[in-house]
Design a protein around this ligand. Structure first.
Ligand SMILES: NC(=O)C1=CN([C@@H]2O[C@H](COP(=O)(O)OP(=O)(O)OC[C@H]3O[C@@H](n4cnc5c(N)ncnc54)[C@H](O)[C@@H]3O)[C@@H](O)[C@H]2O)C=CC1
Ligand SMILES: N[C@@H](CC=O)C(=O)O
Length: 377
């Protein structure tokens, strides 16, 4: 199968390397890159050269961003080419549109690499759903922020230094604010909720990140037997669902607390199988390239993905996700009780209300940080 790569950065190079070294069923014959980055005879900066090439059966989009990625994917589908993408931003924003365009053209859309890097998360959810209903999921879904927190906690590294290292290693987004402010996890949570619950997940999720997390915060939580992880979470109860992204103070004895470096750990709960956990590298050239090439191989062997059905009429009910929260702030917080020096405890808040509380605290103290307390046991 002849394929084209859109983008030859961290992920695109990983895909090319894996295919050229290990895969005989597919060949990268065209690569789209920016005009000043054409370094290979296969490269072009004119998308028409790819979309009009009838020998190209599959397009792998790993450029990132919303446009022109969205337009290029729609043109590829309309030209009856299968599409594989690692771009969670564009998938979270346009999944329903892509599904419908793929169905209309009789081709497949593969999105494994968009969530959890090399971890077979999306395919596993699909498999679980052949028998079960997924009732909840949660996880460390961002390699960059896990890498940052892990290095701050284990090596005492400074936030800015370790973020720069994550950028050098190719883990971070082009604009790393997407990582540290939770936007990347939001996109992955939207996609996970869509596949797990069969719903066109709302983009209006409560989201907070780790931008204001300090070593002193990690020490404070360590004194309470906890560490902080940025988690994406979703829950479904009957005809309702909720999802959120926030730092969570997890017990030191949990698997989540032990996740090192750029690794991810995602958990789902389903009717008959119960709890399942998925662990692996959530970012990086070869792990992400591997997830893409698995999709390419599925396509080359004729294993077409199920047509995702996002038409379930579930009501978005943010009150389903509730926790106690610790807020480190110098601002006054109504209804709070003392937790530790400089930190307050607010009990039983919905994630959306906690997000609003943090926003109010940040108006007085822009360094405020908040984490949900994971339930023990
Ligand atoms: N880096 C990682 O570990 C992972 C990245 N992803 C996603 O995969 C996508 C690619 O990520 P990276 O490879 O890290 O990004 P990158 O920035 O390293 O590579 C993107 C490449 O696309 C090219 N490009 C951008 N716009 C273009 C355009 N309009 N025309 C032609 N070429 C264009 C750039 O020149 C660059 O070489 C993003 O959506 C990212 O969120 C997903 C999983 C892991
Ligand atoms: N920036 C992302 C890349 C993979 O999705 C991350 O750090 O997880």
């Amino acid at each position: 199968m002849k394929i084209a790569l859109l983008g030859y950065g961290t992920v695109g190079r990983g895909v090319d390397q894996i295919i050229s070294e290990r895969v005989s069923e597919a060949e990268v014959t065209r690569i789209l890159e920016l005009p000043d980055r054409l370094t290979d005879a296969r490269m072009t900066s004119d998308y028409d050269d790819i979309v009009d090439d009838s020998s190209v059966e599959l397009v792998v989009e790993c450029m990132g961003g919303l446009e022109p990625a969205h337009a290029f994917i729609m043109r590829a589908l309309a030209a009856h080419k299968h599409v594989v993408t690692s771009n969670k931003a564009v998938v979270a924003a346009h999944l329903a549109e892509f599904i419908s365009a793929a169905a209309q053209a009789g081709v497949s859309l593969y999105i494994e690499a968009a969530v959890g890097g090399g971890i077979p998360w999306i395919a596993s959810i699909e498999k679980v759903r052949r028998i079960d209903e997924v009732t909840s999921f949660s996880g460390i879904m961002n390699g960059t922020t896990n890498y940052i927190v892990d290095a701050m906690r284990r090596q005492g590294a400074e936030f800015a230094d370790v973020l720069a290292r994550a950028q050098e290693l190719g883990y971070a987004e082009r604009d790393p604010s997407a990582d540290i402010d939770g936007i990347d996890v939001k996109n992955k949570t939207i996609i996970s909720a869509a596949v797990a619950f069969g719903v066109n997940c709302t983009p209006d999720l409560p989201v907070s990140g780790i931008r204001n997390l300090t070593k002193a915060d990690l020490d404070l939580f360590a004194a309470h037997g906890r560490t902080v992880k940025l988690l994406g979470r979703g829950v479904r109860q009957g005809g309702r669902y909720a999802a959120a992204v926030e730092p969570v103070a997890v017990g030191e004895g949990t698997l989540e607390a032990q996740v090192p470096s750029n690794f991810n750990l995602m958990t789902l709960d389903a009717t008959t199988v119960g709890e399942l956990k998925f662990y692996g590298q959530g970012a990086g050239s070869l792990p992400t390239g591997n997830a893409i090439v698995q999709d390419v191989l599925d396509c080359a062997s004729g294993t077409l993905r199920p047509t995702y059905d996002l038409s379930r009429a579930l009501a978005y009910a943010p009150e389903l996700l509730r926790s106690d929260y610790v807020v480190r702030t110098s601002a006054a917080v109504e209804g709070a009780e003392p937790f530790d020096e400089g930190a307050l405890l607010v009990r039983d808040l919905a994630a959306a209300d906690a997000r609003a509380l943090l926003a109010r605290a940040c108006e007085t103290d822009h360094t405020s940080f908040m984490a949900a307390l994971a339930q023990e046991g």
